[in-house]
Design a protein around this ligand. Sequence first.
Ligand code: IPM
Ligand code: MN
Length: 342
Amino acid sequence: MTHQIGILAGDGIGPEVIAEARKALGAAGVGHDAVEYDLGGARYLRTGEVLPDSVLDELAGLDAILLGAVGTPEVPPGVLERGLLLRLRAELDLYINLRPSKLRAGVASAVSFDRLSDLDLVIVRENTEGLYAGAGGTVHRGTEFETATEESLNTFAGVRRCVRYAAELAASRSGRLTLVHKTNVLTHAGSLWQRISAEVAAEQGVELSYAHVDAACLWLVDDPARFDVIVTDNLFGDILSDLGAALTGGLGLAPSGNLNPDRTGPSVFEPVHGSAPDIAGTGQANPAGAVLSAGLMLAHLGQPEAAADLDAAVSSVLAAGAPASTGEWDTALAAGLERAGS
Ligand code: IPM
Ligand code: MN
């Protein structure tokens, strides 16, 4: 079965890392029909278009989407974030942002841990609500009365489907789920998240613990073994996953999947890093985050063995010392895949 994959390589190092991810799919024996889309900062600067409705309609009919990174320094903040990334997340109902954080042998963490296995966790970030929903506004702009509000939206159904996904994931791993929030200050949303988490954890038979987000940051550095699956809201998940990346070798290695678990449309897989215009074209981009994102895509598309092989191959390349340049990854990964398959 050949999957139809939308390729949104994007800007900066996006095309460089996506090229490697596509080679890795081939090396893992996964054929795919690539449908390439020119979206991102360059297209916006050229045409003023961010995500034309006709393109969104086409994307919605694909099996999955692989995204590199979008953004160029000339594009004002928010244009591509809201207009492309968050719009895709909302329109395709990608309500889970899956962000595994795993420390692999040979990788330097920002902190030294006794055992690699102490840091192998997954952040399940709610991906369509919270402070990202776009509620809020500005009045009296440019005057001393200017008032800016950003409102966090948390719906019962939205929180429940997110926590259910996380609890099922926890049940398939260690059986431990941690809710991260700030229930002592954000009492309205906090109470909703807490009540739903307690109910869902009981329903799924997983052990539920709770950490305030500030304490969770401290424990992630101090004692990450206490976490296995973390479920949290959109903004907390955004912030925690960058910390998770720093602890597991940096943003270059961190993968993510924006999932529509109900499969009413394609899911979007992207490395957590941005377009890094400062190193674009220098051959220094680390494609591991993009390759691991392609691995998450395979798992979602029902090819867990190929997904596991890719993950193992990345581990084996890193264990041997990461290649110095982007272009050296393909041969290194091919060798890693051979070791993983044998
Ligand atoms: C991420 C990014 C995005 C987010 C931005 C670019 C909109 O930081 O995927 O983590 O905040 O979700
Ligand atoms: Mn982020």
